[in-house]
Design a protein around this ligand. Sequence first.
Ligand code: FPP
Length: 277
Amino acid sequence: MYSADKPRIDELTAEERAIYATLKPDRLPQHVAIIMDGNGRWAGHRSLKRFLGHQQGANSVQLVTETASRIGLPWLTLYAFSLENNLRRPRAEVNFLMRLLKTYLESNLQRMMDNNVRMRYIGRTHELPAEVQEKMRWVEETTARNTGTTLTLALNYGGRSELVDAFRGLAAEIKHGKIVADHITEEDIHRHLYTAKMPDPDLLIRTSGEQRISNFLLWQIAYTEIFVTERYWPDFRGIHLLEAIADFQRRERRYGAIGEDGGEVEEDPEQIGIAAS
Ligand code: FPP
């Protein structure tokens, strides 16, 4: 499996280093996904316009990505723009987000290169404005040979539409006789997801307190640990990523198995009496 470069711990801030020192390096997540939420509320609490919240949010994207690359996190996936954002937000806000994305890509390419970050995208990106797609391609191609963190931006992304696209791909394979419908496996579905070449997220972080998934990576998060913080995305920094990872490392992942404190297993299940209810 693809793995990011060696950590560059000396580049962390003193506060980040203190938290990193408490982590178990052999149990770092391979893939962290983040639902970045709260840009509007961050602005509202300061009597600022929403667009300033998004602008600060773009700054957080860069800072969190750099911390991720310094600790050697192989995969970071950020929910930057959903299909629903595209359909339901006022046109002026959507247009602003598109311009912000374009400016972000232009002005942060050098920092991506300096941090050895490889940039990718998931979503129905072919529906985004042509000039944005052009910048996206340029950054993806320029960073393609970097070997550190892969930053994947989910853009015009929806988990259900990803599944629709995957099933359409499977249907085409059936039509061309490449696979047989009765023999479809989970692996076949995985092959057709936008994330086919990525491991599933180990940790999903959501900022600004809402306890929902909002149509993000629906298939991929089957066994993902979820961490919700009240902090708004524009206030989220690398140190908060490290705190979320520390919390993740305190958890026991079971994947449907029995936990360490789960009691004794009966050796002969046939001997277990079941009380009538
Ligand atoms: C939620 O804030 C956030 C988004 C609409 C998506 C995230 C966008 C950014 C971080 C800005 C730019 C990103 C890049 C990659 C340049 P919200 O408006 O839903 O906040 P609210 O729920 O408080 O209103």
